[in-house]
Write a protein that binds this ligand. Structure first.
Ligand SMILES: [Zn+2]
Ligand SMILES: [Zn+2]
Length: 332
């Protein structure tokens, strides 16, 4: 089979990925081998390819929004049948025994394995998954539609809850890519007023089409104070901007795994009045199950642009340059 690997992390122009020939991996106990049909392209894949995120294993295969069919089962793997369609997400495994796993915060596990970072992911013809961490996908969604839900959707959902917006409250979304456009749909369906602050005419147009309450540039003040906000753009410079846009007691949740430097904060205008700043780290399986169920019921639809698997580096470069709106999906 063919698989992309992170060969020499660096700018996309330098071609950091390489496509190699490998034997299909044999599933171990509790694992399944998934024949990849689609894999979404997440900003984390870009951070890994460009070296912002240090590789945790040399020659790892990126991709953690994997939609495919169970092709083989390892010893004891019984949750899915051969031929079932499943999704393989970012949270690939946990140790299950650390103090965080025991208190139900497995997203903070001390010894986790992330798909496409520690474990080979879906930029390949096949990959392995621990069946306990894979998900069934909403029916009625195509593979291309379902792929972006598996990280962009799930992490966005956790970030939305972290922003702690009350029913009918006012939400700000900073950065409107794969995750932002899915999160906005959940927030609107739950009755929030949604203000999108983003650069790029394509992203702004997509926000308008989804029916959000206002659209502005990233540095613009929203038309009303925010009860909560989510920062999806990997731009630390927007942290003080978004904090100033919060109402008293509001929360800013930083959704991404990587953020550029945050400037010094001014206590009086950016933190006082009990404004809160928090990060979001991975997700629990419960977040994933909740979101996937909601996405099916609420009719959350990803706006996608498809690429053949052979064009993985083109898709990443297009993501880096903001050449599409919504989410890119590779087709095996
Ligand atoms: Zn743990
Ligand atoms: Zn991701």
């Amino acid at each position: 089979m063919q698989a992309w690997v992170v060969d020499r992390p660096g700018p996309m122009e330098s071609g950091p990925l390489r496509r190699v020939e490998r034997d299909p991996p044999e599933p171990g106990p509790g694992q399944v081998r998934v024949r990849v049909r689609c894999c979404g392209v997440c900003r984390t894949d870009l951070h890994l390819a460009e070296g912002d995120l240090p590789p945790r294993r040399p020659q790892v295969t990126p991709g953690h929004e994997v939609v495919g069919l169970v092709e083989a089962r390892g010893p004891g793997a019984e949750r899915f049948a051969v031929g079932d369609r499943i999704g393989v997400p970012w949270l690939g495994r946990t140790d299950g025994v650390c103090r965080f796993c025991r208190r139900g915060a497995e997203n903070l596990c001390l010894d986790p394995g992330f798909t496409g970072w520690d474990l080979d992911g879906g930029f390949a013809d096949a990959c392995l998954a621990d069946e306990r961490f894979a998900h069934r996908l909403p029916e009625g969604l195509t593979d291309e539609q379902a792929a972006p839900l598996l990280c962009a959707g799930i992490i966005g959902y956790r970030a939305l809850r972290a922003a702690d917006v009350p029913p009918g409250g006012r939400l700000g979304i900073y950065g409107f890519g794969g995750s932002g456009h899915l999160t906005a749909q959940v927030a609107l369906a739950q009755g929030m007023r949604v203000h999108v602050l983003t650069r790029g005419a394509r992203n702004q147009d997509l926000a308008q089409r989804l029916g959000v309450d206002s659209v502005g540039g990233p540095a613009d003040p929203p038309p009303e104070p925010l009860d909560g906000a989510v920062l999806f753009a990997p731009a630390g410079g927007l942290v003080p901007v978004a904090l100033r846009a919060l109402d008293r007691g509001g929360t800013l949740a930083v959704a991404g795994i990587w953020l550029s430097a945050i400037p010094a904060l001014d206590h009086a205008t950016e933190l006082f009045q009990e404004r809160r700043l928090r990060s979001v780290t991975a997700n629990t399986r419960q977040d994933a199950e909740e979101f996937l169920g909601l996405a099916g019921r609420l009719g959350v639809r990803a706006t996608t642009v498809g690429y053949p698997m052979a064009q993985a580096q083109v898709a990443l470069a297009d993501l880096a340059d903001g050449r599409f709106s919504g989410a890119a999906v590779l087709h095996a």
